[in-house]
Design a protein around this ligand. Structure first.
Ligand SMILES: [Zn+2]
Length: 457
């Protein structure tokens, strides 16, 4: 039996049962290695890293580099040494730039991202990230949010002003370091290359992330996914509302952008491995008038999502009050577990299938009857099966799924492709699943469509 026949027979069998929806939500077996990784996240280690990060007083990108124990110099050295201590498998280096005076950068400055690479069998990269720099603004973030200064430039405090940044973004850094430790010591050979990244100069306009993303694009470094955690350590809102059982994930649209597919993946696989923590997806790039490093990757064409704590306390952000007392290591640990589940699932899975032809058109049509859904894709290396997904063409989440064999096409008889969104994910022999590749028509522009010609008078 050839591949096409297998797929067609499966689809016909599906039609014969008349129970298409019955295939949805069949729970896969969880990978015990991933369960173990997730279980190794240590609340105590996270707490001690947060306490250590606090001791540097400030990690402002423009702060002192040569004052013992204070400022960004000793802080980045500590992060570097910590990463390097985890495993010889981890390749730790500074990703260094000279940023010219501009905007919030008040003088030329050397800026260093700290990058730790855990090589996989493939050069495809999965990022786990946060930013290690901090900032203090006059009046803190609450001063900004309360309205008066919203329309005016934010007065930035001097670079050496105390800005401990335990939550913003010590929490994202501690999470990144903890996953670097667990993954690099796991002994697991990952399919994708994992990158544990601590960005710099986020507070001056995502500069460290932009410079790295720009370089990655120029050098054609294949970044498949960026998980960025920024302010993920506190579950007590400044308004008194507490939610320690969920995490927000922001992603840039449109609704089937690569970042949205990544967000759906976070909810699907984070939810399966950490059912005690709810992943709340938000269909917008970020909070109002707030930013994060995932957006820098989006700007250069990479899939990236931003994790944000469930409830923020603005009085403790961008201020000397962003201290250890303002975070919950238990809550941060839950967010780290979600990240561990998602990053390891992604890094063990085959690459997502290609569902477009050489012209960038989606390989979906109405063959053979003219009223069927006929999906084709290119085989993904390492895949032993594929899972197709579909939903009504007005709605955010996949509604149905069906595992098909090791085929590269499938036909769903009498199924209107115009009324549904379809996607396909690659699945390996152990059940590791890729991000879903959706079948979407490329947006046409007036330039491509051709201007309407008018008769000249
Ligand atoms: Zn931040």
């Amino acid at each position: 039996m050839n591949r096409a026949t297998a797929g067609t027979l499966l689809a016909i069998a599906l039609m014969a049962t008349g129970a298409r929806a019955a295939f949805a939500q069949s729970a896969p077996d969880l990978d015990p290695r991933i369960v173990q990784l997730v279980g190794q996240v240590s609340e105590d280690r996270l707490a001690s890293m947060l306490r250590k990060l606090e001791t540097f007083g400030t990690r402002n990108t423009l702060s002192a580099v040569n004052t013992p124990g204070r400022g960004i110099g000793p802080a980045r050295q500590w992060i570097f040494d910590e990463l390097q201590s985890y495993s010889v498998r981890l390749q730790v280096s500074y990703d260094t730039y000279r940023i010219a005076k501009q905007g919030r950068i008040t003088r030329d400055v050397e800026a260093r991202n700290i990058i730790a690479v855990l090589p996989g069998r493939s050069p495809r990269r999965i990022y786990v990230s946060g930013h290690y720099d901090t900032i203090a603004v006059v009046g803190g973030q609450r001063g900004r949010n309360s309205g008066a200064s919203q329309q005016q430039p934010v007065p930035i405090a001097e670079p050496d002003t105390t800005a401990p940044g335990v939550n913003d973004d010590g929490s994202g850094v501690a999470l990144t370091l903890e996953l670097a430790r667990i993954f690099s010591q796991s002994g697991i050979e990952f399919e994708a290359t994992l990158v544990f990244m601590c960005h710099v100069a986020e507070e001056q306009g995502l500069m460290g992330a932009k410079l790295h993303a720009q370089k990655a694009r120029t050098e054609h470094i294949p970044i498949d996914a960026v998980l960025n955690s920024d302010i993920v350590g506190n579950d007590r809102g400044g308004n008194g509302i507490i939610d320690g059982a969920s995490i927000r994930v922001y992603s840039e649209g449109p609704e089937d952008s690569t970042s949205r597919e990544l967000a759906r993946y976070v909810q699907r696989w984070g939810g399966r491995y950490v059912p005690s923590h709810r992943v709340r997806l938000l269909s917008r790039p970020d909070r109002f008038s707030r930013g994060g490093d995932h957006t820098a990757y989006n700007l250069y064409g990479f899939a990236a999502v931003g994790f944000r704590e469930s409830r923020e306390n603005f009085a403790r952000q961008h201020d000397a009050r962003d201290t250890f007392e303002g975070v919950s290591p238990a809550y941060l640990a839950q967010n780290a577990r979600v990240n561990a589940a998602v990053a390891s699932s992604l890094a063990l899975a085959p690459p997502a299938p290609v569902v477009v032809n050489e012209k960038g058109q989606p390989t979906i049509n109405r063959a053979p009857s003219g009223y069927d859904a006929h999906l084709q894709w290119k085989a993904s290396p390492g895949a032993s099966a594929y899972r197709i997904f579909w939903r009504e063409a007005w709605g955010p989440d996949w509604q149905h799924e069906m595992l098909v064999g090791n085929v590269t096409e499938v036909t769903l008889p009498n199924t209107l492709i115009d009324d549904l969104v379809f996607g396909v994910a690659a699945v390996d022999a152990s059940g590791h699943e890729s991000v879903v590749s959706p079948y979407i028509a490329p947006m046409s522009t007036a330039v491509e469509a051709g201007d309407v010609k008018t008769v000249s008078q």
